[in-house]
Write a protein that binds this ligand. Structure first.
Ligand code: UD1
Ligand code: MG
Length: 425
């Protein structure tokens, strides 16, 4: 059954254990804040209206949300961080009059996928549930809230680590911190939650007990793999999540026919598309959004920094850095080059150590380099943008090119060689 869906993402917490001036949810995985990754999954699950609860570092978080998700998300301020239930209360104003399904997510669980959220919401709606709680079985459940079940295996309550006795601590089923609510029937319960616990916080998890006591339909939804709900609370967990996200991408690419020679040293962002029969050699880092064609060879030691479109049969070699570059088919950029804000045509050969000088640090502006089809560039050339090299032009090694070069021309800027005979006595 399709019902209205809105999402609240709790993102006001301080993230003390990150030991950082940056708000926890703005720490990045593959150059995207973890909050953005949670929002992407919410949007993929079908939630077009999303409310992000901000608090710690609210200015920075709000700036990011309005720049990156202006059409999809608004922020609600939680001035004091008094707990997860209090965080949801802070979003209640923005939900006035809403009576549909409400998905609640934490801003610090970036591995959750849109597909899982979609299935979760579907399960909640098909059961006509009031509350559905996502859980998983963890070998090491330390730190998470534990799912307590009764003799009939029905969910009874969620107990936080800090409030748990020895027996409760042994429970391996943990609360993911992801919930679906029938907002119409559940919102009153939210405002009844008290803060009588070890942390004097308003726990959203207490809504489960309220639901059961007031005869609401409460369901658990157990995930098969716990990976998706890994919460980021420390730099170690950030690295762990990066690794999982990277392996997901590499597995997907290898399954689709891309050769990854050494998965351990290869980093490819989830936003990169690569066609079959392309080979990725060791120690390659690909960030941001990129498209790479088939039968290319990338690496070893290449760095693509985003917004790159690489067509078929292209070679990008060692110590080559690309940013905002389009490279047409059968072109080679094999050694020690930087190509940024550039268009590079077909069958171009770029010699070792060629640099596009695209950035003016005085004016902080970038300019474009255009290299047309069949251009040949010798080694150690600087192309000072804006500049255009016409078709089949030939650039001599060691040149600094500051103005456009015509089709079929040879351009060379090189001081004449001086040779002093018998200089060494
Ligand atoms: C919470 C759950 C726990 C669950 C775990 C899953 C509660 C009481 N506990 O614990 O059962 O196993 O998540 O990862 O809900 N936040 C606010 N405002 C606040 C407090 C928190 O917005 O006042 C936000 C945080 O930014 C974070 C999320 O809520 O994104 C969860 O808070 P966190 O402090 O990480 O809770 P956990 O201790 O991990
Ligand atoms: Mg947490």
């Amino acid at each position: 059954m399709i019902k209205d869906l809105k999402t609240v993402i709790l993102a006001a917490g301080k993230g003390t254990r990150m030991k950082s001036d940056t708000p926890k949810v703005l720490h990045e995985i593959f150059s995207k804040p973890i909050l953005g990754r949670v929002l992407d999954s919410a949007i993929l699950s079908g939630s077009k209206e999303n409310i992000v609860v901000t608090g710690h570092g609210a200015d920075k978080v709000e700036k990011y949300i309005s720049a990156a998700y202006g059409d999809y998300a608004v922020c609600a301020l939680q001035e004091k961080q008094l707990g997860t239930a209090h965080a949801l209360m802070s979003a209640a104003d923005k939900l006035k009059g809403y009576e549909g399904t409400l998905l609640v997510l934490c801003g610090d669980t970036p591995l959750i996928t849109g597909k899982t959220l979609f299935d979760f919401v579907k399960f909640h709606n098909e059961n006509n549930a009031d509350i559905t709680v996502m859980s998983a079985l963890f070998d090491n459940p330390f730190g998470y809230g534990r799912i307590v079940r009764d003799g009939n295996n029905n969910i009874k309550a969620i107990i936080e680590e800090k409030d748990a006795d020895i027996e409760t601590k042994k429970i391996k089923e943990i609360n993911a911190g992801i919930y679906c609510f029938n907002w119409k029937t559940v919102k009153d319960g939210l405002f009844e939650i008290k803060n009588d616990n070890s942390q004097n916080e308003y726990y959203l998890t207490d809504l489960i007990k309220w639901g059961i006591e007031s005869s609401k339909k409460v369901f658990p939804y157990v995930l098969q793999s716990g990976d998706e709900i890994l919460g980021i609370n420390s730099k170690k967990q950030l690295a762990e999540a990066t690794k999982i996200m990277k392996m997901r991408k590499l597995d997907e690419l290898m399954d689709s026919g891309v050769t990854i020679v050494d998965p351990d040293t290869t980093y490819i962002s989830p936003e990169t598309e690569i066609e079959p029969d392309t080979v990725i050699l060791p120690s390659v880092v690909i960030e941001g959004k990129n498209k790479i064609g088939k039968n290319c060879k990338i690496g070893p030691f290449s760095h693509l920094r985003g917004d790159c479109v690489i067509e078929d049969y292209v070679k990008i070699g060692n110590f080559v850095e690309l940013k905002k570059a389009t490279v047409k088919s059968h072109t080679n950029i094999c050694h020690l080059s930087y190509v940024g804000d550039s268009f590079v045509g077909e069958h171009v050969n770029i010699g070792a150590g060629t640099i596009t000088a695209n950035y003016d640090s005085r004016t902080k502006t970038k300019s474009k380099t255009t290299i047309e089809n069949n251009v040949s560039i010798g080694s150690n050339v600087v192309l000072v943008a804006p500049v255009k090299l016409g078709e089949k032009s030939f650039i001599g090694a060691g040149s600094v090119i500051t103005t456009d070069v015509e089709n079929n021309a040879l351009a060379v800027t090189r001081s004449p060689k001086k040779e002093i005979k018998n200089y060494i006595k």
